[in-house]
Unconditional design. Structure first.
Length: 120
């Protein structure tokens, strides 16, 4: 999906979740494998959950993946990310990815603002 100012990250994650549900039913082994990999990657270790999600968001922004941005922003809000932590992460994304990444970093800020509890 290309960059569009009118997109809703709540809607994007809802729409993608429907497709993921279908995949869980129709290719369960693949989805179980992916879920196991995600669980292992996010398991406790020397990097805490918040920082793992910031890394995942950075990769989603750099990959220009709207659904990734939505899902990881949602997880970060649940984990209590501060706006400052978000902005510093997006600054690194922009530094490493240049102008196109900056556009998706701005989208991540919009997703954060949209998904904060006071906007729910």
């Amino acid at each position: 999906m290309g960059l569009a100012v009118s997109k809703s990250f709540k809607q994007i994650t809802s729409d993608v979740s429907k497709g993921l549900e279908a995949m869980h039913k129709e290719v369960p082994d693949t989805m179980k494998g992916f879920s196991a990999m995600a669980k292992a990657a996010l398991a406790g270790g020397s990097i805490d959950a918040l920082h793992k999600e910031l890394i995942a968001l950075a990769i989603g922004v750099s990959s220009r993946c709207d659904a990734c941005i939505g899902y990881h922003i949602k997880a970060l809000i649940r984990l209590g990310v501060s706006r400052e932590q978000l902005m510093e992460t997006l600054a690194i994304c922009t530094y490493m990815g240049g102008g196109p990444t900056l556009m998706y970093a701005a989208e991540a800020v919009r997703a954060y603002d949209e998904m904060l509890p006071q906007h729910a």
